[in-house]
Ligand binder design. Structure first.
Ligand code: ADP
Length: 190
């Protein structure tokens, strides 16, 4: 399985990603996590992207694609992978397609977790729910901004993948287990 998981911040994408990668024994590749790790390490990359992350803006496509290309070349990805947090722009989707086509490993599933805008707004307002906590980008204000960035930059990806006939939507409202069951049904092609 070579999966892209899409969905707005606050949709519970990270939680579902963990459950999926555990069940299907594939690596969980979260670009947000990779970047936060670099920030914590204060590596040259981390120092470069910290302000961008804290502001809830996107790092550049070239930078994130270089990171993901390296990551996908690691041997553990031979058995499949789940991408969480990438692609996030149409340009990233196109660049990802090129990388995967060259490796003859196209995506097998694009799953979008759908949550109504009002539900996300409520979660952001009640704060903390929209983020994993303890993050420097998890104030309500930055979370709201990240959601706006999602709407303008990332939401258009649904149409991009729908045009390629590979988008599957899953209702993200419900308990973690309920949503996971819906996701598994889509992944197993039922
Ligand atoms: P969220 O919790 O909103 O889903 P992530 O944990 O996926 O966010 O990412 C956190 C931050 O890392 C983003 O706000 C952005 O600054 C940066 N980032 C992660 N993935 C990407 C990407 N594919 N392109 C650009 N920036 C990214």
């Amino acid at each position: 399985m070579r999966i892209v998981l899409l969905g707005p911040p606050g949709a519970g994408k990270g939680t579902q990603a963990l459950l999926i990668t555990k069940k299907y024994a594939i690596p969980h590749i979260s670009t947000g996590e990779i970047l936060r790790e670099q920030v914590a390490l204060q590596s040259p990359l981390g120092l470069k992207v910290k302000a961008t992350l804290d502001a809830g803006e996107l790092v550049t496509d070239d930078l994130i694609m270089a990171i993901i290309k390296d990551r996908l070349e690691r041997p553990d990805c031979a058995k499949g992978f789940l991408l969480d947090g990438i692609p996030r722009t149409i340009n990233q989707s196109e660049m990802l397609d090129v990388i995967l086509a060259r490796a003859a490993t196209p995506l097998t599933h694009v799953v979008q977790i759908t949550v109504p805008q009002q539900v996300i707004m409520d979660r952001i307002k009640s704060r903390g729910v929209a983020s994993q906590g303890g993050r420097s980008d998890d104030s309500a204000e930055v979370a709201a901004h990240r959601y706006q960035v999602y709407l303008t930059q990332t939401a258009p990806l649904a149409a991009f993948y729908r045009d390629q006939d590979c988008l599957r939507e899953v209702d993200g409202v419900g308990t973690v287990d309920e949503v996971f069951e819906r996701v598994c049904r889509v992944l197993e092609g039922a």
